[in-house]
Design a protein. Structure first.
Length: 237
């Protein structure tokens, strides 16, 4: 009898308890202090298992909480940091999280105006089919429609509904497959896995440009992750 991928992941699901016990045994062999068991996170940027704040950060928060500081001054200090690194042509706005930043960017820079009588114009945003698009590609109606439920229920926050949960009025998101990428399905909960190691950057950029040209009358902009390191999956910048 042939063994398919879903058989493999069904077997992993059935052995889940045994696998966790084996991992726990390995953890005990690492010599980690008992006080730290179950308290080691991945990183502060990970939404599923964030690490705790460093002591220096906690102490700075405590000191800052005891002083009076106008919020506009906080925002200006953030702007100064950004400008000191990127130059005076760049600016910054303070938001309370990554999704808030995405929502603000879409609403301010890409979405059509909703003021005035009548239906607003449509805006189309072109997004490469890359990793983590359940975040930055989820603020519009996906085109082609086959992608509308892509990565549904994948995020750590319940109710995100993949690429449907945060759609803005009259915003379309055109997903473009990257040249050389592969999108096999994996996992106990099956999802496409964008494998980007062999992506042809020049051909992919041309595909994105063609899509933007096709939608020129409604084209509002591009949205993509800022990562370009080989370790993140892109072999070419």
């Amino acid at each position: 009898m042939s063994l398919y991928k879903f058989d493999l992941y069904r077997g992993l699901k059935e052995r889940q308890a045994d696998i966790l016990q084996e991992a726990e045994a390995i953890g005990r062999s690492l010599g980690l202090a008992d006080a730290l068991r179950g308290k080691v996170g991945v990183s502060a940027s990970n939404s599923s298992a964030p690490g705790p704040l460093r002591r220096a950060v906690v102490e700075a928060l405590v000191r800052g909480s005891a002083d009076y500081l106008p919020l506009v001054q906080v925002g200006d200090e953030v702007r100064r940091v950004v400008k000191s690194v990127l130059g005076d042509d760049y600016d910054a706005a303070v938001v309370n999280g990554a999704e808030a930043g995405l929502a603000t960017s879409y609403a301010a820079l890409l979405a059509p105006s909703q003021f005035g009588p009548g239906e607003s114009a449509r805006a189309r945003v072109v997004v490469p089919y890359e990793r983590h698009i359940e975040h930055h590609a989820s603020y519009g109606r996906t085109v082609p429609g086959v992608y509308k439920d892509l990565f549904a229920d994948r995020g750590a926050t319940a109710g995100e509904l993949g690429l449907l949960g945060r759609r803005l009025p009259n915003v379309d998101v055109a997903l473009v497959r990257l040249a050389g990428a592969r999108y096999p399905v994996h996992g106990i909960k099956s999802y496409p896995v964008p494998l980007l190691l062999n992506v042809d950057a020049q051909a992919s950029a041309a595909a994105l440009a063609r899509t933007a040209d096709q939608d020129a009358a409604q084209f509002a902009g591009f949205v993509a992750l800022g990562y370009d390191t080989p370790g993140f999956g892109h072999s070419q910048k």
